[in-house]
Design a protein around this ligand. Structure first.
Ligand SMILES: NC(=O)C1=CN([C@@H]2O[C@H](COP(=O)(O)OP(=O)(O)OC[C@H]3O[C@@H](n4cnc5c(N)ncnc54)[C@H](O)[C@@H]3O)[C@@H](O)[C@H]2O)C=CC1
Ligand SMILES: O=C([O-])CC(=O)C(=O)O
Length: 311
């Protein structure tokens, strides 16, 4: 199975690292616009093979889309990341043009690929990719919920003082500092509601920390995070390539689910070889419904900024 990752920067390279280390794909092509950069990243990663014991072949190319031909999955991480103090939404001006061009280029060589959109603002870039390419909605998937949910589980595990992998929890809604919806009511510690162990106040703190999880890391690192984002993309790609049918919160095109239409927003999805195989339209309580509607309004509002590029 062949995966192309466009953008060999922090997230793209970290994703290639996890995909190869875990043997998720037999072939990974890293493509970047910066001369020699993807070639260097691929060479560095391939020199891990004997020490970590993987057999994936990673190739790096400078803007040569012919080398990406017949990819099963294409991951788009090209574009700029935010700096401390910025929102993801502020990246739209530069990233929209990059994402649209990249999506057109990859599809010219891999017409059957499933596209995973990572570049920010991710929900808007996912919508742009879907509308600009005309691909069926099952083949355009925005990655945000997998990462936000892993951060939610991390913060819950710290509050509970228990291992992250014993915590089950999900974040839906937009992938933004104010649009994310950590579903606290449904979070559990090995099947036991976390409200058995944590007060409402503690849970509110966990939810707030989750929502600004990306901003916190951007403040610490000077640019946005990459290890957990890369691993989250790899997790999603694994479910597609190996038809695992995992339930992952992804930004996908909704048509009536959660009372919304004509936006891409984070909802629980079954992810398999056909991409988005099902959207789980679960019952939210009144407060969650109101928060989801507000999140959807913000996401829809951002899509308005795409008018000039979508025509
Ligand atoms: N959806 C999510 O959960 C997450 C999204 N992101 C987003 O992912 C994007 C990438 O972040 P990083 O890897 O940290 O940035 P980075 O700056 O390390 O890497 C981006 C790469 O894209 C390349 N690039 C720019 N224009 C290109 C083009 N037209 N064609 C090919 N390559 C091109 C650059 O040369 C650079 O190497 C950012 O927009 C960031 O906000 C980052 C983390 C999580
Ligand atoms: O915070 C950012 O800008 C990058 C991102 O989307 C994340 O790490 O969640």
């Amino acid at each position: 199975m062949k995966v192309t990752i466009v953008g060999a920067g922090n997230v793209g390279a970290s994703c290639a690292d996890t995909i190869s280390y875990r043997g998720i794909a037999s072939e990974v092509v890293l493509l970047d616009i910066k001369e020699g950069f993807a070639e260097g990243k691929a060479m560095d990663l391939m020199q891990c093979a004997t020490n970590t014991g993987f057999n994936t072949v990673i190739t790096g190319v400078t803007n040569d889309y012919a080398k990406t031909a017949n990819s099963d999955v294409v991951v788009i991480t090209s574009g700029i990341p935010r700096k401390p103090g910025m929102t993801r939404e502020e990246l739209i001006g530069i990233n929209a043009g990059i994402v649209k061009t990249v999506a057109d280029n990859v599809l010219a060589h891999s017409p059957n690929a499933i596209i995973v959109v990572v570049s920010n603002p991710m929900d808007t870039m996912t919508y742009l990719t879907l509308k600009a390419t005309g691909l069926p909605k099952n083949r355009v998937i925005g990655m945000g919920g997998a990462l936000d949910s892993s951060r939610f589980r991390y913060y819950l595990s710290k509050a509970l003082d228990k291992p992250s992998n014993d915590v089950s929890a999900m974040v839906i809604g937009g992938h933004g500092d104010t649009t994310m919806i950590p579903l606290t009511r449904l979070a559990s510690y090995n099947g036991i509601p976390v409200s058995e162990f944590l007060s409402e106040e503690e849970l509110a703190k966990v939810a707030a920390a989750t929502m600004v999880g990306g901003a916190t890391l951007t403040g610490l690192l000077g640019t946005s995070a990459w290890y957990a984002p890369g691993a989250s993309v790899a997790y999603l790609v694994d479910s597609i390539l190996n038809d695992q049918k995992k339930m992952i919160a992804c930004s996908v095109f909704v048509e009536g689910e959660y009372g919304q239409d004509d936006i891409c927003i984070g909802v629980p999805c079954i992810i398999g070889k056909n991409g988005v195989e099902q959207i789980l339209d679960i019952t939210l309580n009144d407060a969650e419904k109101a928060t989801f509607a507000k999140s959807a309004d913000a996401v829809r509002n951002m899509n308005g900024d795409l008018k000039s590029i979508l025509g």
